[in-house]
Design a binder for this molecule. Structure first.
Ligand code: DX5
Ligand code: ZN
Length: 225
């Protein structure tokens, strides 16, 4: 299985976004997590297509776009056109989840489905065979820098078991509150794509990424995962 950090640029310094994208790439990061918020599905508003289009010009990183927007089916093609490599939608935000996943796949990008902390894993069972990624939110979506919700650990375990037992191919991503003290919990529970915002961005992005990658390696070695 591939284990990857997916740095969330929501915590970036937008005055130096291009520089930080370069630093991530030079640090061996392959996937960048891009949080789009509409102020309706979540209380906050982040950024949208123009920002993605700009950073796409100079970056060959994989753009993992997390849509925290109501009825995301309205915008799939636009996000693909501005550079998304994968699009994740919320189960709670879609009128027709299966149709939305189909639309994403027809646009030739990877498709992910996400659930908020209170949404049960069983609500995404119908699309589980189709999706490339399941995103288990480990905080309430909307803001960076929140505390990990321990009640979500069981959901990571549950979705990983379902994928394994049925031979599905989806990666399991976690998002929210990932840091030195929660990394082991989520990896042991079965997550392999680790979104991290405030854990990585800050004064020493390069150093933080290096330390986080070392920590992940250490956990995998000790736990033999
Ligand atoms: C929250 C976003 C996250 C956020 C994570 O709604 O989906 O991607 O950036 O931030 P941290 O890692 O600081 O909890
Ligand atoms: Zn996110």
């Amino acid at each position: 299985m591939n284990y990857r950090f997916c740095p969330s640029i929501l915590s970036a310094d937008f005055n130096r976004l291009g520089d930080q994208m370069r630093i991530l790439q030079e640090s061996g990061i392959e996937i960048v997590h891009i949080d789009v918020m509409d102020g309706i599905f979540v209380p906050s508003i982040s950024f949208g297509m123009p920002v993605i289009r700009s950073i796409r010009k100079e970056s060959s990183l994989f753009f993992d776009v997390h849509l925290m927007i109501q009825e995301p089916e309205r915008y799939i093609q636009e996000f693909v056109s501005c550079g998304a490599d994968s699009i994740t939608v919320h189960q709670e935000a879609c009128r027709d989840l299966a149709g939305t996943i189909r639309k994403i796949k027809e646009a030739n990008v990877k498709a992910g489905v996400s659930v908020k902390p209170e949404t049960p894993v069983k609500s995404i069972l119908p699309v589980l065979p189709e999706v490339d990624m399941v995103l288990i939110m480990t905080v309430q979506p909307g803001f960076g820098g929140q505390k990990y919700l321990p009640e979500c650990t069981e959901k990571i375990r549950e979705v990983r078991a379902l994928i394994r037992e049925n031979g599905y191919h989806a990666d399991v991503q976690v998002d929210g509150g990932i840091n030195d003290s929660t990394l082991r919990t989520v990896v042991e529970a079965g997550a392999n794509y680790l979104v991290a915002g405030s854990y990585l961005f800050g004064e020493d992005l390069q150093g933080n990424v290096r330390r986080a990658q070392d920590k992940l390696q250490e956990i995998r070695k000790i736990d033999n995962i």
